[in-house]
Design a binder for this molecule. Sequence first.
Ligand SMILES: [Mn+2]
Length: 344
Amino acid sequence: MNNFDPNAAAAKDSGIFGLPFTLEDAKLVLLPVPWEVTTSYGGGTSRGPQAIFEASKQVDLFDYDLGNFYESGIAMTVLSQEIQNWNTKARMMAEIVIGADSNTPEAAIQAAIQEVNTYSQKLNHYVYTETKKFLSQGKMVGIVGGDHSTPFGAIQAFLEHYPQMGILHIDAHADLRDAFEGFEHSHASIMHNVISRTPLTKLVQVGIRDFCEEEYNFIRLHQSRIQTFFDSAIFEQKMHGKGWSAICDEIIQQLPGEVYISFDIDGLDPRFCPHTGTPVPGGLDFQEALYLIKKVTQSGRKVIGFDLNEVSPGTDNTEENSEWDANVGARLLYKLCGYTLLNT
Ligand SMILES: [Mn+2]
């Protein structure tokens, strides 16, 4: 922090948000996971962490709601080259499955699915181990995806540390599909995996507006553990004159005292994330999402950690293409850091 001027432009070799912290002196560690193996529609989310890192240098450090929380220290780990290599190899295998037609031998499809699943397990183990390491050091942790399959290992590690925690899941999709396209750890299956493979007791979903009947039935089957605030139900309440603040209170009431936030950027209105893999019309306004998170902390609950995923700079690398999504992502990430650091 010596010689650091929070009001100046970010130095060239600075860390995330232009900050000078090392992993050792940061209270909050961000783990980037450049991974998009199972995405089936628009691509680019594996480059999300790098794009957010670059855009983060433009974020003003002083925050209207949270003051100078950055002083507790925020640092991002170096992007793992090994994970990027796994991503490339597993993606090639996934494309065999996604692009399969009637001429593709069934054995080739099954072998490719098997290989993708093995890479996903390796990825989950990596994210679990890294998260566990930092939590054991007494640090807070945030995951920066990548697609929405990336936080599974982190959620496992958080649950070992905070067994009573609940998940606040902001997303356009329910993500409750069982092994979508045969991939056990598909981005569309993250919360199915959390419910079926971890002891999590409370999943509270907000903004959900794209799901299949099987997912709807899964929610009803697990209604003691899953509470879903569908986007169209939220909209209808608003049309009947109910304020967002009162709706937030109902959402928050479902959450336990310790809250992990799993934030898929496509939970927001697509104008905030036009290049995300699977945009859906409708969704939350940027300020509505922030207000919900603020109210979680005002209720006395603690945000203990988070993931931010599906931010994509697009695939054609033009500057106007890449900047906006990452700009929104970096600002959202900064707020998530701030509300998490309130606990320190
Ligand atoms: Mn999702």
